[in-house]
Design a protein around this ligand. Sequence first.
Ligand code: PLP
Length: 415
Amino acid sequence: MPGRNFLFVPGPTNVPDRILRAMHRAMEDHRSSAFPELTTGLLRDLKKIFKTTTGQPFIFPATGTGGWEAALVNTRSPGDRVISVRLGQFSHLWIDLAQRHGLRVDILDVEWGEGAPVERIEDLLTKDKQHEIKGVLIVQNETATGVTNDVGAVRRAMDAAQHPALLYVDGVSSVGSIEWRVDLAITGSQKGLMLPAGLGIVCASPKALAAREHAKCPRVFFDFGDMIKANATGYFPYTPALPMLYGLRESLDMISEQGLDTIFARHHRLAEGVRAAVRAWGLKLCAREPRWYSDTVSAVMVPEGTSGVDVIDVAFRRYNLALGAGLGRLAGKLFRIGHLGDLNELMLLGAIAGAEMAMRDVGIKIAAGSGVAAAAEHYRSTAAPLPARASMPSPGAPQGPSAGGAATPRAAVRT
Ligand code: PLP
């Protein structure tokens, strides 16, 4: 099919050309004397992404799932009791991973589409006078349902209960922030960092690092201790995924150039446009309440009697648009539009148009153009003021060095 595939799954996200170019390089000796410059710069700058000065980042050649595992095996022992909220497929999978490592998980089940019940967490912790509960596991942004949890509120609940459990946050589709005194924040490379999948990144607080002393879960590949020793001299305990590291270097530079606050604001504005489209279609999001709406992914419920699988299939085969599927018990009930990473308004309008056409093709009764119009109006009405226009040569004016080169003043006369 001519033209680019429209990639709107909530990860992997679009990799900017700048990052692709940075990754395209010959292999080199990862034990050379020049290599530590790359490692130390990455570890230093990752702290800014996690908004921490005291936390320690770890870069594993893995994915978000590897990050889950690394966070748990370095800090826990089989038989330890932890609390987790099951609010979608990813929190479900993390609980499964914890259980397979022998942890006893108190599972707080909620309807998929709802956020974490902070009061229930506080209640459990308050009653746990013996401090038997060792950790609270929260998926900050449940990518399967488009629900974002208030991690700050969970932190406050733990403080109110005066409980010493560690706070583990999956920030795979958000990036958990240590500023809320998260103890273990986990992310992957293929979402907000705009890279391919291939890195599992964990940031551990000093309290989490101290927990290693008593943690008896077996660990080799994911051992923080080996990583700390090697990283201290600028190296890795095994062969690092070089292109990914160079891509990460570029990604961190791009994020720093744009600024985290600007990036968060852009994600919110883009998400609001998608939500305006969903309202205009007369459809509902899986996230039940606005306070849980995710700025990185919207899960759109399809009407009874229709199937999200059909929408996704037609969008892909007819319009070259990749939408996210309903996962686990939500299979067929929805489709997801990822709106994170390297994106702009017109890219999203293309995805909204494609979703709209595919929905109409499979018989979902929505007005043609309704979602696109609503999102476009949102983007127009919230657009930033136009930056000052660069001056341009007047039409017909002589060009090039013989016309006086850079020293010739150029009039901005194009209308
Ligand atoms: N956690 C969340 C919130 C996710 O969205 C995903 C993947 O989409 C994962 C964990 C698992 O990450 P990975 O597929 O990189 O192992």
